[in-house]
Design a binder for this molecule. Structure first.
Ligand code: GLN
Length: 216
């Protein structure tokens, strides 16, 4: 974390400036950058948001976001660019990481037949098993209201060809389910959503993630 100092009421006060990295190889990167930026402004904070396209940047970040996109492509490029190993190291150092949609797939330890068939690279940071297209063709895209334990009113979630967690170990805190499918979960410093908080104006999930970074 970079500590910068700003002049406040004539006195120097320490301001903690975070560096939040968004994996920017493919997927809805700008939407996450925008959402983090807006959530920070709402809180009256400023931090650096960096787009990560190659290795060497992850070790300098205080938090990471894995966006939605195409998980096979994302996985392959993370591995090729050497970013995959850096993310694993950051995770074990306790750096907060949030994955949305394809990001939730990448965070998992285990996958379904489709994951095996496509030789999908998984980071394996959560004790979860994922189903890549859990809601099938008929419900490719939909929106629904859900309760999340850290919010005091329902959240409208946008699902697009969404995956789901179909099995989770004891260390995984289930935050929300649709039928028997887990669509939001947390395991220590890792947070995963099957939907897209970056595609709505409701910034409460990004705000929750910013609080996780502050607690780190
Ligand atoms: N189902 C997609 C995949 O397997 C993820 C969809 C998304 O991120 N919107 O990569």
């Amino acid at each position: 974390m970079n500590k910068s100092f700003k002049l406040e009421d004539g006195n120097f006060s320490g301001e903690i400036r975070m560096r939040i990295g968004v994996i920017a190889i493919q997927g809805d990167v700008s939407e996450h950058v925008h959402a983090v930026d807006n959530a920070l402004s709402e809180l009256g904070e400023s931090s650096d948001i960096v787009e990560i396209k190659h290795s060497g940047i992850v070790p300098e970040c205080d938090a990471l976001i894995l966006p939605g996109g195409e998980s096979t492509t994302l996985g392959r490029l993370l591995l090729k660019e050497g970013i995959s190993e850096e993310i694993k190291q950051a995770a074990s150092a306790g750096i907060p990481i949030m994955g949305t949609c394809a990001g939730l797939i990448l965070l998992a330890q285990r996958g379904d037949v489709q994951v095996a068939k496509t030789h999908q690279h998984l980071l394996g940071l959560m004790d979860t098993k994922v189903n890549r297209n859990a809601f099938g063709r008929q419900r490719e895209s939909f929106e629904t209201y859900m309760e999340l334990p850290f919010l005091d009113s329902p959240y409208r979630a946008v699902f697009i060809r969404a995956p789901a967690i179909v099995d989770a170990g004891p260390d995984v805190e289930v935050l929300s389910k649709i039928d028997d499918k887990i669509v939001a979960a947390r395991q220590s410093n890792i947070l995963a959503f099957a939907f897209h908080p970056e595609l709505t104006d409701d910034l409460r999930i990004h705000r929750y993630f910013l609080n996780m970074i502050r607690e780190y």
